[in-house]
Ligand binder design. Structure first.
Ligand SMILES: [Zn+2]
Length: 291
């Protein structure tokens, strides 16, 4: 099954929902970063949350979400764009904290319970929009929910899940974002709140019934319309050329030192772990273009 985000609306037009199925992209991210249990779940949830939050991006807009907390995972960063592409990393990919009997992963020990949740929207303007709020609990879905309530002043709920198998490989990953639109009554809000509370485990729903199962659980069967289905994937926009421009910003002396000491430079992308090697001739060319 390909990863996707479904946009749907209840038949009354008062509640909208986005549901993501992201097994493959979270698997790819975890393989690239060689993450261990708690780091896998934390990174995966951030990637899905950032895709969901980035659903209204247009053109070349970018959305960057950072969680910088006191957990052992360190900072977690994810970036998505209007094409449904997402990339990300966790500072410490090797946090392994789980109950080996039940398989429960202790994600909050990776994220921490004190920290900052930071959202940067780059819409091509001079200054990107930045919003920053202290952690409410450090639980990733709750941070996204709280951010939406604060920034958009609309009742919202975000649920995120990454379920690992016995070998700590990603089995199911996905999530939902629900927003109550202006004009909805208290009854409508109470209805959706109750549906969310009574929802069966998200990972199980996604695994057994896919995104339709989640929408049925949210709205009740037949009580919604699907408006759009969009493929999503892990994709990094790094390239050798981009990094060569990066090297070119270094002092010329430093580039010359690289040539002299190592005869080459090796750069690994934070977001995707792709490795780029610049040989002596390439470095000399960059240094040359300087002067
Ligand atoms: Zn990259």
């Amino acid at each position: 099954m390909t990863d996707k985000i479904i946009r749907a609306m209840d038949n009354q037009g008062l509640i909208r929902a986005f549901v993501a199925s992201a097994d493959e992209l979270v698997s790819e991210a975890c393989e690239r970063h060689e993450t261990w249990s708690a780091s896998s779940v934390a990174l995966g949830r951030m990637l899905v949350g950032t895709l969901l939050l980035g659903e209204n991006l247009k053109g070349r807009d970018k959305l960057i979400v950072k969680m910088v907390g006191n957990g052992s995972g360190g900072a977690i960063v994810a970036e998505s764009n209007a094409n449904g592409e997402v990339k990300g990393y966790i500072q410490n990919p090797f946090v392994d904290l789980k109950n080996t009997k039940t398989g429960e992963v202790f994600v909050r020990q990776a994220t921490g319970n004190v920290g900052q949740f930071i959202v940067i929207k780059d819409m091509g303007l001079k200054t990107p929009y930045t919003g920053q709020i202290p952690f409410v609990t450090g639980e990733i879905g709750e941070e996204f929910t709280y951010y939406l309530m604060e920034s958009e002043q609309t009742p919202s709920s975000v649920g995120l899940t990454v379920k690992l198998d016995m070998e700590d490989r990603v089995q199911t990953a996905g999530g939902f974002m629900v927003q109550v639109l202006p004009g909805a009554s208290e009854d409508t809000i109470a209805f959706i709140e109750e549906r969310i509370q009574k929802m069966p485990a998200l990972s199980q729903l996604l695994k057994d019934e896919g995104t339709d199962g989640v929408l049925d659980a949210l709205f009740t069967k037949g009580n919604y319309r699907i408006l759009e289905e969009k493929p999503v994937r892990f994709k990094c926009d790094c390239s050798k050329e981009k990094f060569s421009r990066g090297i070119a910003t270094l002092p010329k002396k430093e580039i010359e030192a690289m040539i002299e000491e190592d005869g080459q430079a090796e750069i690994v992308c934070h977001f995707c772990k792709n490795k780029y090697i610049f040989n002596k001739a390439e470095l000399e060319e960059i240094a040359e273009n300087f002067s």
